[in-house]
Design a protein around this ligand. Structure first.
Ligand code: UT7
Length: 336
């Protein structure tokens, strides 16, 4: 759909008009983890870059985190909850399998005019959600969308498994997308998946394959499993190609990119990708030392931080990229 102005065709786009984020108050440091499992601050810092992560209270749910992040995003966009037409929550750790966390958020937010659904593409979930929201807006179905990436990973982690429990954290990031015309906004989204590698990162229990039972509990199937090293190698290769291809498809040079906002899984992945691209780390958003890997929440939290710190300006080219369970990977190019 296109809009005409002065005889010129202006592309109809979606634009992020507000961002917000929230992380639980409780901080779990590497030193705290040294007391729980056979690990060290030195190992975690060297291998991942993580120093601490936030952990939700027992009573705190994913929709609670969504609510706080969403209120801030709405405030930034100068919108009231009743103006939102669609809520999408990207999550793999929702409050319950049914109803969706988006529906629970709708209730908590009093966003009575919004449709609501969840989307699960694990760590790539926020960018999958951005693509869905962008296409709903470009197609004319909705004009104002609230998209949240939120996880309470801590409740799905085996706290006796040192290979996973040091990696993840809890948090939420939200954006408001609105209809716009002109050069600014979401320029492109690209989504990919390879289900053959589903068992690289998975949480096998609790679904129709292994419904909850004393056996699934005993075998710890309700916890996240990861083939970390194998995932690491594919992630670096895939992300470099993803960034190069996204820029090429949009005729943007790497030197024109103001900021790369990667999924925050591992500082070594982020640095290796930047090195392969020859992109200075000053142009890469990194906050995983404070949050760990918050899966679908990591990109919108990092985006909110760079926006609030004024690190990206009007008309800047910003590239977001993610890689995670599925396997899935995705990118989004934005003219801010
Ligand atoms: O968000 C979705 C996408 N996720 C990712 O992209 C994650 C990708 N993977 C990674 O970030 C890294 O592979 C990890 C941080 C998970 C692991 O780092 P690594 O350098 O690949 O280590 P490794 O799994 O090869 O393990 C090396 C050693 C092993 O000991 P041995 O067998 O060499 O004696 C592990 O048992 O480190 C040991 N180890 C630990 N030692 C201390 C594993 N976890 C720990 C730990 N503390 N927490």
């Amino acid at each position: 759909m296109r809009v005409f102005q002065g005889g010129k065709r202006l592309p109809l786009r979606s634009r992020i008009t507000g961002t917000g984020s929230y992380a639980p108050e409780n901080v779990l440091t590497n030193f705290d983890l040294e007391k729980k499992v056979d690990t060290s601050d030195e190992w975690i810092t060297e291998r991942t870059g993580i120093k601490e992560r936030r952990i939700a209270r027992d009573t705190e749910t994913t929709s609670d985190l969504c609510l706080e992040a969403s209120k801030k995003a709405l405030q930034a966009a100068h919108l009231k909850p009743g103006e939102i037409e669609l809520i999408i929550v990207a999550t793999m750790s929702g409050d319950m399998p049914m109803p969706s966390t988006a529906s629970l958020l709708q209730k908590k937010l009093h966003a009575k005019n919004a449709a609501a659904f969840d989307l699960n593409a694990a760590c790539s979930g926020f960018l999958y959600g951005l693509s869905v929201a962008d296409n709903f807006i470009k197609g004319g179905t909705f004009r104002k969308i609230l998209l949240v990436g939120a996880e309470v990973m801590s409740k799905f982690i085996d706290w006796q498994d040192r290979s996973t429990c040091v990696l993840f954290g809890d948090g939420a990031g939200a954006v408001i997308l609105e209809k716009t015309t002109g050069q600014r906004g979401i320029l492109s989204t690209r989504l990919f998946s390879d289900g053959n590698l589903w068992d690289f990162i998975c949480l096998p229990g609790g679904g129709s394959q292994y419904p909850p039972s004393s056996k699934t509990l005993k075998n710890k199937l309700h916890f996240i499993k990861m083939k970390g090293n194998e995932t690491f190698k594919i992630a670096v290769r895939t992300l470099e190609k993803l960034v190069v291809d996204t820029l090429r498809k949009n005729n943007i040079k790497l030197s024109e990119l103001a900021m790369l906002i990667p999924h925050q899984a591992n500082l070594r992945i982020i640095k290796a990708t930047a090195e392969r691209l020859n992109l200075p780390m000053s142009k890469v958003a990194v906050n995983l030392e404070r949050y760990g890997n918050t899966s679908s929440a990591s990109i919108p939290i990092a985006l909110d931080e760079v926006v609030r710190k004024g690190r990206i300006k009007k008309n800047d080219y910003v590239l977001l990229e993610a890689f995670g369970a599925g396997l899935t990977w995705a990118s989004a190019l934005i003219r801010w």
